[in-house]
Each structure stands twice: as C-alpha cells, then as structure tokens.
Design a binder for this molecule. Structure first.
Ligand code: NAI
Length: 289
C-alpha cells in the first residue's frame, strides 16, 4: 500500500515538458525538407509525346536529369533515337518510341514499348505533341482545322486516355497536358488553335475530377510564347514585335522557363495539385490584347 502511494507521489512530482512543448506552434517541418528529393523523379517512368523538338525534347532531358526513365515519343522516331542515345550516354535511362497521336493504333504500342524498355509502367505523361495553324477566321481551311483538332485535341485526348487507363491499374500517376495561353484568351488568327487548346484545358479539368480517386493527378501547363520552331512561325509572319508588346515581361520565353512548373506538376512536390492550369507566359495571359 505504502509503495503504491509513494509511486503515485513520485510520478506526480516528475516534470512534464512534453505536454507543454506540444502546445507550442513550431516552424520546424515534421518531415525534414530535402529540395532534391521533393522534386525528384527517381523511380518514375515518363512518356513525352512530340519529343523530337522544342518543348518536348527539352522536357525529356529535364525529367531524365530529375531521375525519371524517359521514353521520347515521336512520329519521326529516327529523330529521337539520337536524343535518347545522348541521354543514355550521360547515364540516364532513355528510349525512343514511335507515336503518331492522330493514329490511335500507334498509342498503345508506344506505351508498351516504353514499358518494355524500362521493365516498369509509365506513371508520368507529358502530353505535348501539337501543331499550329494560324490564319484569319474567315480564311480557315476546314482540312487544316480538322488536322489541327485531330492532333491538338483528339490526339491529346487519346494519349491521355491510354495513360489514365494504365495509371488506374497502378493507382498512381501524373498527367501534364500542354495547352497554351491561346486556350485561355482569344488571339487573332488562332481560332481553331485556341479552341482546341481551350478544349484540352476543359478536358484536363474533367480528367482531374474523375481520376483523383485513382491516385492520378491531371494538370495543364499553358506556355506563352516560347522560342521553338512553332513560335518561329510568328517571327516569320512579322508578328513578334506585336507579341512582345503584349508580354508584361517583354521577352519571348525559352524552353528552360518551363522547367520549374513542369517539375512541380510531375513530382511529389505537386502531390496535392490536380486540376490546376498553370500559365508560364511572362504575364501574357493577363494582357492578351
Ligand atoms: P514544336 O513544333 O517544336 O513541337 C511540337 C512537336 O509535336 C513536334 O516534335 C512535332 O513533331 C510533334 N507532333 C506534331 N504532330 C504530331 C503527331 N501527330 N504525333 C506525334 N507528334 C506530333 O513546337 P513546341 O513549341 O515545342 O510545341 C510543343 C507544345 O507546346 C505544342 O502542343 C504547342 O501547341 C504547345 N505550345 C507551344 C508554344 C510556343 O510558343 N512554342 C506556346 C503554347 C503552347
């Protein structure tokens, strides 16, 4: 009896700092922050459509440097073989696969080829293939408009659907659809291009809603004017100065300007981001006209 009483008194006399500490708000994260790990794509398998040039080719290199195995998908497969070899020579896992987004028969096999090359399923899609057709609305040629919608909207839809079906089996994955500021704001000569990109932005939102429970994040990247072959068309038309006046930062973007947003959406740093539409455009979407 006496021993029990002594034990109880002893316990009460012990200081209890833990309770006091718990109630103090702390700026120290419960999990230490490692920037490299936060944006790392180690262990991920990425498929990049339209990887033979411009943004796609560049982002394939960025994802590889962040640790992903990358499948560079292109219609002109021979054009991406060299890029895949250059990445492999630097110690990255990379392969070239054939993909024409307007030909549904090539889509499944492109994913199969990537998975076969790396022995692991694709869990990251950079849905980037696209073409530009610019002309005044009244002059738009139905055949060109059809080709554009086939590539930029139906093609993007088909590739995203294939990716989503496969990622649903994994219960995780990230899809980045590449749209454009032209899908956010009306721009002269861009009727069908802008409409297709606006459609892709909407499609991404619905995908994000439906796929969240499958562990799949779907986000849209909207580049502004980025210096690639596609942008050079504006330069050739003599539109670049007019474009520059509409960009608050007063410069045409470079492909590197997309790195941060692409990595954020691809990696665990963006784990709570889905259904977002991120413009990387020097403020262009704010002052389109
Ligand atoms: P780009 O012309 O260098 O790249 C487009 C790529 O898509 C090319 O490699 C092309 O071969 C590929 N492609 C076209 N049709 C295809 C098909 N049927 N199947 C497979 N691949 C196909 O131009 P960029 O700038 O790199 O464009 C990439 C994406 O970024 C496009 O979706 C474009 O609409 C978008 N974008 C580009 C902007 C810019 O200023 N450069 C601005 C906003 C969006």
């Amino acid at each position: 009896m006496l021993r029990t009483i002594l034990r109880s008194v002893y316990r009460r006399l012990q200081p209890q700092p833990a309770a006091a500490a718990r109630s103090e708000p702390s700026p120290i994260p419960s999990v230490p922050l490692h920037m490299d790990r936060l944006f790392s794509l180690q262990g991920r398998v990425a498929l990049i459509s339209g990887a033979s040039s411009g943004i796609g080719l560049h982002i394939a290199g960025v994802f590889a440097q962040a640790g992903a195995a990358v499948a560079l998908a292109a219609r002109r497969k021979e054009q991406v073989v060299g890029a895949a070899q250059a990445l492999a020579a630097r110690g990255h896992a990379a392969t070239a696969v054939y993909l024409d987004v307007t030909d549904a028969q090539t889509i499944g096999p492109a994913f199969d080829a990537a998975e076969h090359a790396f022995g692991a399923p694709v869990d990251l899609l950079f849905n980037n293939a696209g073409i530009l057709y610019a002309s005044p609305f009244v002059d738009q040629d139905p055949a060109e408009v059809a080709r554009l919608f086939d590539t930029n909207l139906k093609g993007a839809f088909l590739v995203a659907r294939e990716a989503a079906r496969r990622m649903a089996r994994l219960q995780h994955g990230a899809i980045i659809n590449v749209a454009s500021t032209a899908g956010l704001r009306a721009g002269p000569r861009l009727a069908s291009y802008g409409a297709a990109k606006a459609g892709l932005i909407h499609l991404s939102g619905v995908m994000a809603l439906e796929l969240a429970r499958e562990g799949i994040r779907v986000n849209t990247l909207c580049p502004g004017s980025i210096d690639t072959d596609m942008h050079r068309v504006f330069r050739d038309f003599g539109f670049e100065q007019a474009l520059l006046r509409r960009i608050p930062q007063r410069r045409i973007g470079s492909v590197d300007d997309l790195d941060g947003a692409a990595l954020l959406l691809a990696s665990d740093a963006g784990r709570y981001i889905t259904g977002a539409v991120i413009a990387v455009d020097g403020g262009q979407a704010l002052s389109w006209m």
